[in-house]
Write a protein that binds this ligand. Structure first.
Ligand code: F0G
Length: 436
């Protein structure tokens, strides 16, 4: 099988070798997408091959990304550059309390927070870093709201590369910043927001010959396809009605749609689920865009705001791809307020599952879409929790103790608050407190 990079713009469709260091189409500036020339005859065996690999002790087979390597065959000759931390392998978890809360019969979470660095970024990063090694790049960089940087730091350090991270000063959670430091990344805190820093990093990457590992990098998107491939494999290829995910820079939306289109072409599924993308209300340009009649202008938000810092992005680079994927799947974009996200997050916690704030936008969105009659009570829904509960403990403590304020200073109501109780070291007192 061979692979090329193709310009995503329908009017251009220029193709490039996968060994070129490019992030946008040199001809028209469009986004790039990897295109694998699949061998449809050989593909008939893949479902069985993938199942058998679950029994294997080989590192690539144990990876929930590289187990599906026939669909990630971009490197032109082998997978020897791959560094795996056994990413993927994330569970489908049934969540009856969350289903109840949203008003649907059944809800399943695919929890990407079970990944080595605690977020879905690992699925894409193992692929992006393999490409960096293949290209002979020594330094890699990204701008991040925290998870990409944690993941890039881990994978590039594991691969012997030099990771350089750019983050919006004061705007990422300590859990994520701590990971970047621990995994040995040079970490630059820039006095600007995500969108502004992305523009800066693109200039620096070019000038200094640093490989860019943001989701504009098409190899990251290829790796993230495995989230959907694994999900459907775990469901024995039964397609749900809805796949719901949070939207920030919209790389994941692009990856999910691409995976679904390819699985359909390969005959592994016989229909497409609808993609529902949920944004935080204060950072929801894609929501606005999808409601515009005229799609020629993207309504970027100059000062995005949300406590769900992972998705605090006002000018998502991958919106043309996301538009295509949401439209192709007859999907929808919704937005959720800070209060809705906070309460949904607490409900996910009460399921014994937990997630970071951005992930909880999914449940908030499902509840809204159910109330509008868009999602039916008996629809099969899989929501993707993108990050681990411990990514942002400060948010959790504030919510449960009634100290969480939205970006405008308005207090979030601790609807499902659970305060810790201070007590003297006195058995009688504690017995009274707990009741008989
Ligand atoms: N959920 C979490 C936990 C994230 O970290 C992100 C993105 C998203 C959802 C949105 O995904 O950008 O593909 O639409 N985080 C990036 C980062 C931007 O830098 O870690 P998206």
């Amino acid at each position: 099988m061979s692979a090329v990079l193709v310009c995503f713009e329908p009017s251009c469709r220029a193709t490039y070798s996968t060994s070129e260091v490019i992030y946008n189409c040199p001809k028209c500036g469009g986004l790039l997408e990897a295109q694998i020339d699949y061998d449809l005859e050989a593909a008939k065996q893949w479902k069985d091959v993938w199942r058998r690999r679950r029994m294997s002790n080989a590192p690539l087979d144990q990876s929930g990304v590289w187990r599906y390597r026939e669909m990630l065959d971009l490197f032109g000759g082998g997978f020897e550059n791959v560094v795996t931390l056994r990413e993927g392998n994330t569970p489908l978890l049934n969540a009856p309390k969350a289903a109840d809360y949203a008003g649907i019969d059944r809800l399943v979470f695919k929890h990407q927070g079970f990944n080595p660095t605690g977020s879905f970024k690992d699925n894409g990063m193992t692929c992006g870093v393999a490409q960096a090694v293949k290209l002979g790049m020594k330094r890699v960089a990204c701008v991040s709201t925290g998870n990409t940087s944690a993941s890039m730091a881990a994978y590039s350090s594991a691969a012997g590369l030099d990771p350089i991270i750019f983050i919006p000063n004061g705007n990422i959670s300590y859990g994520k910043l701590a990971q970047a430091l621990e995994y040995g990344a040079r970490t630059l805190q820039v006095e600007a927001n995500f969108d502004e820093i992305l523009a800066l990093v693109r200039v620096l990457a070019e000038r200094l010959g640093i490989y860019l590992l943001n989701s504009i990098n098409p190899f990251r998107i290829e790796g993230q396809k495995s989230i959907v491939i694994e999900m459907l494999d775990q469901r024995d290829w039964s397609v749900p009605d809805w796949i719901v995910l949070p939207g920030g820079n919209l790389g994941n939306t692009s990856a999910f749609g691409k995976a679904l289109r390819e699985l359909l072409t390969l005959g592994f599924i016989n229909k497409l689920p609808k993609l529902a993308v949920i944004q935080a209300a204060g950072s929801s340009p894609f929501y606005d865009y999808m409601r515009q009649q005229d799609r020629s202008q993207f309504p970027a938000v100059k000062k995005p705001e949300t406590l769900a810092t992972a998705i605090k992005i006002g000018d998502p680079v991958s919106y043309p791809k996301a538009l295509h994927e949401v439209t192709t799947t007859a999907g929808i974009v919704e937005k959720a307020t800070e209060q809705e996200i906070a309460d949904s997050k607490a409900i996910i916690g009460l399921c014994g599952i937990g997630s970071e704030p951005a992930s909880a936008a999914t449940l908030a969105g499902i509840k809204k879409l159910r109330a509008q009659g868009v999602i039916g009570a008996s629809d099969e829904v899989v929501a993707v929790l993108t990050g681990n509960v411990l990514k942002d403990p400060d948010y959790i403590y504030r919510y449960h103790t009634g100290q969480l304020d939205d970006p405008h200073g308005a207090r979030i109501v601790s609807t499902f608050g659970n305060r810790p109780i201070v007590t003297p070291n006195d058995a009688d007192h504690i017995a009274r407190l707990l009741g008989s």
